[in-house]
Design a protein around this ligand. Structure first.
Ligand code: MG
Length: 406
């Protein structure tokens, strides 16, 4: 007989807003918008009070200001949010046997076999209470047999609550909910489903699997399974396959610093592009050099979560400058981004604006169409093709900030 699994999904409520309120309690219960503060900025996060005005993340800041003029507007601070996120991660790490951090404010925890189901409920509650007590941040969770049902349950539990879905009632829990609540269904698929007259999950449950496959292909069968509360995907332990890296061995050892920096810039860009393509952010970068005598050195640095070239490149170049001390010929250089989590790169652009967002979006679009090296910044020009065109992160459907429930 298969073992019943116990999977918890935990998600901090309006995470950026909650962090700001911890730092300044005058902000409690005020409507708050976080994001680029200029007129061309984008809302990265907003408090529940602003949602009554129809505001959501991803909306232009100018429009949000018009809808709710009394809102307090705050330029986000990734360094602060990363710090709070790490504190929460440490608490989860201390108390959970297997967990996966999927974004800056979101975790899956596998409690299978910890106890009978009641024991798992108790443990999930204890972890949540501990986080609230030790950090002051509100957090919600869903507990069920699998990731999909638990994630949807968290959404239904919010704000600052929990929801447990017992074995056998997954389908009936899902059936009255909008199909929009299924994590993989974005705006486009939602519109397609609506045009077929499908609004609630129950309708998909009653459709034959073959029909969903015929209309939506392979995605259709995944959607059908999720709608029926079926999801076998495992909780992947934190830090497994959570990095991207690239390195280059020279045909002839070199001491040409300009050439080395040009190549490092190109490598940093390519890896950042891979991050954005997979909707990932990094919080740790490292540079490796191997001298002609085969001595190898690496230097790493923790940084606030980002996937932006203009943030990453200066860090990589300064690491290289600190590392390259021996004035010996270099045989190999490498760049690595690790501690990856899911997340949209908009959040690393608080001080910037829609302009940067659009710039990266169009650069990435060209790269997708014409290949990785079709668009490179001038300083990286001339480096040969490195990196890959395919998405290195299999399976995880990219979550846009705009579609996220916080
Ligand atoms: Mg959240």
């Amino acid at each position: 007989m298969p073992i019943n699994r116990s999977i918890v999904h935990m998600d901090l409520d309006t995470f950026f807003v909650s962090c700001e309120r911890l730092l300044d309690d005058r902000l409690k219960s005020k409507p708050i918008l976080i994001g680029g503060t200029s007129d061309r900025g984008v809302v990265a996060s907003c408090s529940y009070e602003t949602r009554l005005f129809g505001i959501h993340s991803g909306m232009p800041m100018r429009m949000a200001k018009m809808l709710c003029p009394e809102a307090v507007i705050i330029r986000g601070n990734t360094a602060n949010y990363s710090k709070f996120s790490n504190v929460v991660t440490d608490i989860v790490k201390e108390n959970a046997p297997v967990f996966e951090k999927t974004s800056i404010d979101e975790f899956y925890i596998d409690l299978t076999g910890m106890d009978k189901f009641y024991g798992c409920k108790k443990l999930a509650n204890e972890i949540r209470s501990k986080i609230i007590k030790e950090t002051g941040l509100p957090i919600s969770f869903g507990l069920s047999e699998n990731k999909t049902v638990s994630k949807i349950a968290t959404g239904e539990a919010k704000p600052n609550n929990k929801l447990e879905i017992d074995y056998g009632v997954e389908k009936s829990f899902l059936s009255p909910l909008s199909v929009k609540k299924i994590p993989m269904i974005g705006d486009k698929t939602y519109q397609e489903l609506r045009s077929l007259g499908v609004r609630v999950i129950k309708t998909i449950q009653e459709m034959p699997l073959e029909l969903m496959e015929r209309v939506f292909g392979k995605n259709g069968s995944v959607m059908w399974k999720k709608a029926n509360g079926i999801d076998n995907s495992p909780v992947v332990q934190h830090n497994e396959r959570k990095s991207v890296s690239t390195e280059r061995t020279f045909e002839k050892d070199t001491i040409d610093v300009v050439k080395l920096k040009t190549l490092l810039t190109a490598m940093s860009e390519d890896l950042a592009f891979q991050l954005r393509k997979g909707s990932k952010l990094t919080s740790c970068v490292s540079v490796k050099i191997r001298y002609s005598d085969f001595n190898t050195y690496t230097l790493q640095q923790k940084i606030p979560y980002t996937s932006s070239d203009h943030v990453l490149i200066p860090v990589i170049l300064s690491l290289f400058e600190r590392l390259y001390k021996r004035r010996l010929l270099i045989r190999l250089i490498g760049v690595k981004y690790s501690n990856l989590v899911n997340g949209c790169f908009q959040m690393s652009l608080f001080e910037d604006t829609l302009k940067y967002y659009n710039l990266y979006a169009s650069v990435d679009h060209l790269r997708q169409r014409f290949g990785d090296r079709s668009v490179v910044r001038a300083s990286g020009f001339g480096a040969k093709t490195i990196g890959r065109a395919d998405n290195p992160f299999n399976g995880n459907a990219p979550l846009l900030l705009a579609n996220r429930k916080q």
